[in-house]
Design a protein around this ligand. Structure first.
Ligand code: PMV
Length: 325
């Protein structure tokens, strides 16, 4: 017997205040609260139905059968929570313009959480959905909502979830994603953050300053102080990457081209174009800017990066069903 099929769409998000370190590996309770902007250009569509004839979950990504330990684990958690006993057919499509490399587990697990919970007969409110998405990937916790979103760290499964900070962002602000490599990251975010928590001598300083950065970021967003938002985001990202440089063994996600983009951004700033960068667990750089400066920034990047490597994204919406029975 088959369950009805549900399809959900979730957009990815980029953290302005990063999550980097887990208090609980299984429940994915973070060491610090974080804040992100959901983007309009990058999203995942996932459809799910349960089928009593299946002997295991079948996961297809971009029309190709795939295997993912994270998806397998997530479906186990979902079955425990919902009481569903059947295995599922999962079809996922990542929509990433031009060159890949920005597909993220954030949009993947937010879409899967909504589609799979509905297919299992459960209608969850946004908070419960955020808690469920968290079990797949930390950053997915935030992709339940659009716009600026805060993931409140909490201390256990019930208290760690995202809340919307400003869902409909009426602010002319964008992120230019510079795609440097589409390759799988060498050190997964999970391995990277675990190593940092265990070995970086600076980890306690990170936790303290991340809390201060978050409070300052929220004030800056409320005040519409773009320079302050950009400065805090860039500094917070660099503190996260400094943790990686101080881990044992140390590691880095930067490629030479990442440093090149950072220098272009710094030079633009010296010339009065206020833009800022942030990087996650990979070499791609996201430039935070005001819409009036997009063309100038693209022109500064054009000699070094082809057009298909530059994607301009704006604030995007929260997760939603796009197809239901
Ligand atoms: O939840 P993950 O495994 O996608 O880890 C996300 C880690 C960062 O992207 C570096 C930071 C963040 O808060 O999104």
């Amino acid at each position: 017997m088959q369950s009805p099929k549900y399809t959900a769409r979730a957009h990815t998000n980029i953290a302005l205040i990063k999550y980097w370190g887990k208090l609980d590996q299984d429940l994915i309770i973070p060491m610090n609260s974080s804040l992100s902007l959901t983007l309009d250009k990058f999203y995942t569509d996932t459809s799910v139905f349960f089928d009593s004839t299946l002997k295991q979950d079948i996961f297809r990504l971009n029309n190709k059968e795939s295997s993912s330990l994270k998806v397998t684990h997530f479906m186990k958690v979902l079955r425990e929570k919902t009481g569903e006993t059947r295995f599922a057919m999962i079809n996922s499509e990542n929509h990433v313009p031009s060159a890949a490399g920005l597909a993220s587990s954030a949009s993947a697990f937010a879409a899967l959480a909504l589609a799979a919970s509905r297919a299992a007969g459960l209608v969850l409110d946004s908070r419960s959905l955020s808690r469920l998405a968290r079990r797949g990937s930390g950053s997915a916790t935030r992709s339940i909502y659009g716009g600026f979103v805060e993931w409140q760290q909490g201390s256990d499964d019930a208290t760690s979830y995202a809340v919307p900070f400003e869902e409909n962002v009426a602010w002319n602000l964008s992120m230019i994603a510079v795609v440097i490599s589409a390759k799988q990251k060498k050190i997964s975010s999970s391995v990277g953050m675990q190593r940092v928590v265990a070995t970086s001598p600076y980890y306690s300083a990170w936790r303290k300053t991340a809390a201060q950065d978050l409070a300052a970021m929220k004030k800056a967003i409320k005040k519409r102080d773009f320079r302050q938002v950009g400065t805090i985001a860039e500094e917070n990202a660099m503190k996260m990457h400094a943790l990686n440089a101080s881990a044992h063994p140390h590691f880095s996600y930067f490629e030479p081209a990442s440093l090149q983009v950072m220098k272009i951004v710094a030079d633009l700033r010296s010339n009065g174009i206020f833009c800022y960068y942030t990087l996650d667990a990979g070499p791609n750089v996201k430039i935070i800017c005001q819409n009036k400066d997009i063309q100038t920034i693209l022109a500064a990047l054009a000699p070094s990066f082809s057009q298909e490597r530059l994607v301009v994204a704006g604030p995007g919406p929260g997760v939603k069903l796009i197809d239901k029975p």
